[in-house]
Ligand binder design. Structure first.
Ligand SMILES: NC(=O)C1=CN([C@@H]2O[C@H](COP(=O)(O)OP(=O)(O)OC[C@H]3O[C@@H](n4cnc5c(N)ncnc54)[C@H](OP(=O)(O)O)[C@@H]3O)[C@@H](O)[C@H]2O)C=CC1
Ligand SMILES: Nc1nc2c(c(=O)[nH]1)N=C([C@H](O)[C@@H](O)CO)CN2
Length: 234
């Protein structure tokens, strides 16, 4: 059994939920954040996870979470910044959308890393992992604000890796299509699958495998793992 818990933000569904369940299965204590009560959060509690309600949509929500986290635990094995909103650029809501994406993808990881890095300084292996997006490689015509905020997250990986070494490793994972959303129609799915050399919807396990590689490897920091099925080859 591992000692200090791993924090995963936004773990009530999909990739975050899968990684939380797999970490618990592999004997890691886990703390997760969520925004609203759901069966999945109850299931994680049953599996032994500690759950903290947190909305990173504004600074108060982020700083309130930091205070709650520090009440919950005196040490952490890792921090996984998974919480994310995927929203297209919407006419009339440009500035609000940009602010929301900046808050969740950049301000939350920035403030949590700054104010909780000390919880990782316990002498043992310690990691911060930012879940980004392969789209930062070339931008996005329809998700301009989203891609920009994820590109900022990529840069936080470099700065925090330099700043927190050697005690804490800081890395990123840049997925492309991992898991469709329920409302993705057949045409959207066909086009999305055609954008990668491997042409599959791999599912969340490939992100868990990438997370474990980063947690288990003592000699990787300042790196972002591309998990994109070879999109860059098309
Ligand atoms: N799925 C994919 O194919 C891809 C995913 N990624 C990245 O991988 C990660 C996981 O993806 P996926 O599982 O699809 O993510 P989701 O879109 O399912 O979102 C994950 C969680 O983020 C939480 N969240 C959203 N906004 C906020 C906020 N303002 N404050 C706190 N929590 C928030 C939500 O919590 P709640 O439900 O409790 O409201 C949600 O459960 C993300 O960072 C994503 O950008 C990158 C490329 C492809
Ligand atoms: N927070 C999220 N980010 C992203 C999602 C998602 O569902 N939630 N999905 C994608 C897509 O898979 C895209 O990569 C291709 O369709 C990107 N980011």
């Amino acid at each position: 059994m591992h000692q200090a818990p791993i924090l995963i933000t936004g773990a009530s569904q999909r990739i975050g939920l899968h990684c939380a369940e797999r970490l618990l299965e592999d004997g890691f204590p886990v703390i997760v954040t969520y925004r609203r009560e759901r069966d999945s959060i109850d299931r994680l509690r049953t599996l032994g996870a500690h759950t903290l309600k947190a909305d990173f949509s504004d600074e108060a929500g982020i700083t309130g979470f930091i205070a709650a986290l520090r009440q919950q635990t005196a040490s952490l094995r890792a921090i996984v910044h998974n919480a994310s909103e995927w929203r297209p650029d919407a006419p009339g809501q440009e500035a609000e959308a940009f602010r929301q994406l900046f808050q969740v993808h950049m301000l939350a990881p920035y403030l949590i890393n700054l104010h909780c890095a000390d919880l990782l300084r316990h002498g043992g292996p310690a990691d911060i992992v930012h879940i980004g997006d392969d789209v930062t490689r070339k931008g996005s015509k329809k998700h301009i604000a989203y891609a920009a905020s994820k590109a900022g997250l990529d840069n936080l990986t470099l700065s925090f890796a330099a700043s927190l070494a050697p005690a804490i490793k800081v890395n990123g994972i840049a997925p492309a299509l991992i898991q469709f959303n329920a409302d993705d129609d057949a045409e959207y799915r066909r086009k999305a699958l055609a954008k990668s050399a491997l042409g599959i919807e791999p599912g969340a396990e490939v992100i868990y495998q990438s997370l474990r590689y980063l947690l288990d490897n003592p000699y990787v920091t300042g790196t972002t793992l591309t998990v994109n099925g070879g999109r860059h080859l098309i």
